[in-house]
Design a protein around this ligand. Sequence first.
Ligand code: ZN
Length: 198
Amino acid sequence: MEYFSKDISRLINELAHLPGIGPKSAQRLAYHIINGPKEQADQLADSILKARNNVHYCKICCTLTDSDICPICSSDKRDHSQIMVVENSRDMSAYEHTGKYNGVYHVLHGAISPMLGIGPEDIRLKELMARLKDDIEEVIIATNSSLEGETTATYLTKLIKPLGIKVSRIASGVPVGGDIENIDEVTLLRALDGRIIL
Ligand code: ZN
């Protein structure tokens, strides 16, 4: 017998679709939302809709932004000749939080994985290659040190080095298989400073 109201069940189901949220957590969150102030629920719903509808990829670096060109790409204080290639916008935020990197980024939105059937054409690689026509001095490959991240790094190096652009790979210190977004700032900076020219 269905003992929840349809609306509550629907909310629980939707919440349970979120990553890391199991049925119990979904139930807890649903009750929290329902029992809390109505304004809070309105704001939550509104912020989800606004973010989903207004956020898209930056026309240059492909990170998520609500303007055509993201603040980093539009800044004249950044070094636009140095591009750090990351797998996703969360990795970019991790490096940005260190406050020590002054170049720009390129977000691939994934990594090459023959096992999962993700090829070079499935990530934002074409967009990166188009940027390399400008005056670029160095491409820093900061993909994760997982199998997919390493595969992507090798692929990128083979593609970019013949163009006469310096290619480097962030150093170890980022543990094998470790996600960049979960690594502390000191380790991230050490990995960046100790990057190896390929
Ligand atoms: Zn951008």
